[in-house]
Design a protein around this ligand. Sequence first.
Ligand code: GLU
Length: 478
Amino acid sequence: MTVRVRFAPSPTGYLHIGGARTAIYNYLYAKATGGKFILRVEDTDLERSKREYELKQIEDLKWLGIDYDEGPDKPGDFGPYRQSERTEIYLKHAQALVEKGLAYYDFCTDEELEAMKERAQKESRPPHYDGKWRNEQFWEEAQQKLAAGEKAAIRFKVPQKSYVLNDGVRGRVVFPEKMVGDFVLIRSSGLPVYNFCCVVDDVLMKISHVIRGEDHLTNTLRQLMIYEALGANAPEMVHVSLLIGKDRQKLSKRHGATSVTLYQEETYLPQALANYLCLLGWSHPEEKDIFTLEELISVFDLNRFSKSPAIYDMEKLKWVNGQHLRKLSNEELVAQMQTQIPEEHWYHQQTQEWKLNCMELFKEQIELYADILPHLESLKSSEIVKSEKLNDVLSWESTSQIASFLKTELSTLKEEYVTAEIVSGWMDKAKKDLGIKGKNLFMGMRVCLTGVDHGPDLKQLLPLTSIDVLRERVSQLG
Ligand code: GLU
């Protein structure tokens, strides 16, 4: 069997991280099995669907590193791949079901349907359709009304029996009989409903596996009925667990950004977001946390999904991002920062060498590109960041001696930046001439030259700050 999987987004908004996760799993499975990955746009909700959302979702998928073999902009043998362009196909299949006696024309008005519901409620019955059009004896009358140009919905005649789903994640799921009543396949307006389109397309597009979120499990019962009615085998179903927040509630905007676009804006790396999304409900056979999609292809299978809901943890995502960021070379980081740091920022006026040194120094301390900004600010700031420890250092006699020593040293320099050698020279000279050593020496130097009581190695840090700023810092202490 050739594996054919699909991602079927509705273009009614931005690409949600849950959708992106589903897309990634489908993509990986297709790649891992040498199958095909199809993008099907489910835009039957004409009012809410927008082409701009479709384009943006595709752009976001591509940003994440996911490409597809067939889709609206990639013709294949099973198109069109936009449901709004397949209306005729759905109608034809619905009519075929009517001919087989598995569906029927329903002329009930909205008012009649409403009254039916109310009656059922009063009698404590489930609000299932019990209108006259279900009854075969009226089907001829239905044909006459139809021929006279009256509008009707096409409603599916739900078989009275239970259904069993053998789900790849949930295992055996039994849907007892009478869970649902007869449901609409095609509305009287001629527009088809999601469950019907989805099944017709999955059959016609020869989809072998449906990998999607567990929230669709409730649709599966109706879908199983439709597969059966169409005389088709249902694909393998794999319902992956829901994403929840740390408070165990369904993931929502309250928990942080839920659309891929926002992560892009917050300077996350696409490979890190894709990596993290994979870890939500799926685990690497070697328990690895950090990988690229490319690396996953050879180990991805459908047996490693977890049944429990996956907790979306922004801290972990940030950590994963930091891991990927550190894999980049200084050159790559500098190239990326070119677009990530605002154009007007003074960083852009620095030399390439300065930028490379800057990345070398700070890459261990940042998790996102945007995290570099406060570090850049600290290089320019001559503010003394007061703390108990800093005050203590300032109270030492040796620190005042270091401050005056540095003032003199700095006044003799003509260049714009110090070098690591100059900084080591100061250390040696202060030790020799002032007789200061150990903690008094290095803490005194640090506080005088940076105004902060902690930070990276001075020999790496100070060459990134202009001598003017160093002078300013020291002069405040002397
Ligand atoms: N259009 C559905 C959604 O966006 C997809 C359902 C499915 O994958 O079957 O949730």
